[in-house]
Design a protein around this ligand. Structure first.
Ligand code: F6P
Length: 343
């Protein structure tokens, strides 16, 4: 068989571990050939590819961040319009099954292709952990470890100066990184996109913490967090590839409001792409490797139109249609749980 593989959307620690496992499993278990398409769906739109062989470099990429195939964000409209070109490229290269590794956008395109009869098995990736039907995506654990270390470091400088520290973490639509980093890092408040925040309430919490004699206040803010409309107006920062509005620097803007309203000394740290770069944690290497093995097995078993997923500790297959139906956001009870430590 000839297996095609690509990595789409934002990069994520663990992508190379998936590629390595797909190549190893396909070659050794099934005697198949693997072709990697360059820069996500662009490689299929422009017929740019490379032959992947386990013994040539692929064996050595387990611990490397990023993706050896390159990646790109492609607007969904361009993808939809380019489906025929993609199919032609797959035919021209004799690809029997495609394994796209990616987030919401990539998996949606994989679903469209599957609907039109192109065999494919998706692999979910995102540091945001917001893909439905899987308990975890690889990359999340690495991002969480980086965010937690940053918060640990901010505690000591914050208490030395009796400051309010805001830490902005990634998470455009879902607050999983913020929620977990807040718990792991002992934050005094965590603000996530799923729960619009009230600036006056944040200020009240900060004030009462200092009035009680505490030395500092650490607040984790997900980049997609938004205030209640009557509470504060956020400056917008353009649109993402899905046409969703982006806000620039929510933590920075909230920090300025806190300083203005209660006169506390506030400092803001935006972790940004540091959370996505570098070597994956052991957990992510294992999860990514298991996803790669199962995706290759599914591709050879004719289990198409599916996505590999983590269910507890088992890797299973779910319908791509279900996985792309909605994003997995933080439920109310999980936020309420964390709120035990707020204030
Ligand atoms: O989708 C994952 C993500 O990490 C988001 O949390 C973040 O908003 C986005 O990627 C940033 O992507 P880019 O690399 O396009 O700046």
């Amino acid at each position: 068989m000839r297996i095609g593989v690509l990595t789409g959307g934002g990069d994520c620690p663990g992508l190379n571990a998936v590629i390595r496992a797909v190549v190893r499993t396909s070659e050794v278990r099934y005697g198949s050939t693997v072709v990697g398409f360059r820069d996500g769906w662009r490689g299929l739109l422009e017929d740019r590819k490379q032959r992947l062989r386990f013994d040539e470099r692929v064996d050595q990429i387990l611990d490397r961040g990023g993706t050896i195939l390159g990646t790109a964000r492609v607007n969904p409209t361009i993808l939809r319009e380019g489906l025929d070109t993609i199919k032609q490229t797959l035919d021209d290269n004799g690809i029997d099954v495609l394994i796209p590794i990616g987030g919401e956008g990539t998996l949606t395109a994989a679903h469209w292709l599957a609907e039109s009869g192109v065999p494919g098995v998706g692999v979910p990736k995102t540091i945001d952990n917001d893909i439905a039907c899987t308990d975890y995506t690889f990359g999340f654990n690495t991002a969480l470890a980086i965010a937690t270390e940053a918060i640990d470091r901010l505690h000591t400088t914050a208490e030395s100066h009796q400051r309010v520290m805001l830490v902005e973490v990634m998470g455009r639509h879902a607050g999983w990184i913020a929620l977990h980093a807040g718990l792991a890092g002992g934050a005094h408040l965590t603000i996530i996109p799923e729960q619009p925040f009230d600036v006056d309430e944040v200020c009240r919490m900060v004030k009462s913490r200092f009035q009680r004699g505490d030395s500092h206040f650490i607040c984790v803010v997900a980049e997609g967090a938004a205030p209640m409309p009557e509470s504060m107006t956020l400056r917008e920062g353009g649109f993402d590839e899905f046409g969703h509005k982006r806000f620039t620097g929510v933590a920075q803007q909230l920090g300025a409001e806190i300083e203005k309203r209660i006169g506390k000394d506030v400092r803001t740290t935006v972790l940004g792409h540091v959370q996505r770069g570098g070597t994956p944690t052991a957990y992510d290497r294992v999860l990514a490797t298991r996803f790669g093995i199962h995706a290759a097995d599914a591709a050879h078993a004719g289990e198409h139109g599916k996505m590999v997923a983590l269910d507890g500790t088992d890797v299973t297959l779910v319908a791509l249609a279900d996985a792309v139906d909605h994003l997995k956001t933080v439920p109310q009870d999980r936020y309420d749980e964390a709120a035990a430590f707020f204030g």
